[in-house]
Design a protein around this ligand. Structure first.
Ligand code: NAD
Length: 288
């Protein structure tokens, strides 16, 4: 079997195309779509991501306001900015770029973002709403995983899904969303014994562990759908560095029916889902 490649860049392009017309309609109704992002410091991967995010927003007609705080900003200053944005009626989408400086209580800061403006879905209230099946802003990577599974056409009720990795921001919400779609779901973590015996039962296998090469062909059921969330930088024998996922791509592609690549898989779709959540939050404000 040679797997179909689940092309995250192509899927993201389609999502953005549908968003463009919604953004235009909202602007015409006096509701410009806007994303306010807080960045602490000006160096590092968060700053690069923030700049790229600004470009992606502007390309779609979303206003991007970057609130840059100094490298040595502490909890109170960051929390204060979050509170200001929560209170500002013109602001409907707020996110905080990570990592925050060491010593800052990231979870406390994330918990302070108003749940209706929390477009990354990091406030525990939004995770709770997912569990209860209420309308909420869902963490973007988990949404991306679900969209990619849906793009394969697989019907989730009656399937067995295994999620490798159980973090608050990826593994746990993915498991809840799969449960909501009536799949039978197994959640695994780094202490799970005999991981392969579980992954081999999966019609849909999601890996979000951050361990390069963790998922090999012998761990995959023939015909399974495999979604690779992992992102790691590794050094090749010639000293060059490249980005890889958790899945040993070539060998797994020979067994699976569909597999997402890294790069070009979940990553671009996660960005598209952030933009979609931003538009969603503007629409809800408009409806109010
Ligand atoms: P995390 O470190 O918070 O959690 C990792 C989880 O994987 C934990 O539950 C851990 O127990 C489990 N795990 C680790 N090694 C394992 C093993 N050998 N077997 C089974 N389980 C194992 O990480 P995270 O924030 O959830 O991110 C996971 C990966 O996904 C990272 O590579 C990260 O860079 C990537 N990521 C990608 C995107 C994206 O947009 N594509 C977004 C978020 C995270």
């Amino acid at each position: 079997m040679t797997a179909r490649i689940i092309d995250g860049r192509a899927l993201a392009k389609n999502v953005k195309a549908t968003l463009a017309s919604r953004i235009e309609r909202l602007r015409a109704c006096d509701t410009p779509v806007r994303l306010d992002a807080i960045l602490v410091g000006s160096d590092g991967s968060a700053a690069i991501y923030a700049r790229n995010q600004g470009t992606a927003c502007r390309e779609l007609g979303i206003e991007h306001v970057l609130h840059q705080l100094p490298d040595d900003a502490r909890d109170d200053e960051i929390a204060g900015r979050v509170m200001l944005l929560n209170a500002e009626p013109l602001v409907h989408a707020v996110m905080v770029h990570l990592p925050l400086p060491s010593g800052v209580d990231t979870e406390r800061i994330q918990s302070m973002i108003d749940p209706v403006k929390d477009v990354e879905g990091v406030n525990p209230a939004n995770i709770g709403n997912i569990v209860y099946g209420r309308r909420s802003l869902v963490p973007c990577t988990a949404l991306a995983v679900m969209e990619m599974i849906e793009s394969t056409g697989i019907d989730l009720p009656g399937t067995q899904c295994v999620c490798v990795g159980a973090s608050n921001i990826v593994g746990k919400p993915v498991v809840v969303l799969l449960m909501r779609d009536q799949a039978t779901v197994i959640s695994t973590n780094k202490y799970t014994p005999q991981l392969g015996s579980l992954t081999r039962t999966a019609d849909v296998l999601i890996s979000a562990a951050g361990t390069p090469g963790l998922i090999t062909a012998d761990m995959v059921k023939p015909g399974a759908v495999v979604i690779d969330v992992g992102i790691s930088r590794v050094e090749a024998p010639d000293g060059t560095r490249r980005t890889v996922g958790d899945v040993a791509f070539d060998e797994v592609a020979a067994v699976a029916s569909a597999v997402s690549p890294v790069p070009g898989g979940v990553g671009p779709m996660t960005v598209a889902m952030l933009l979609r959540n931003t538009v969603e939050s503007a629409s809800r404000r408009r409806q109010k």
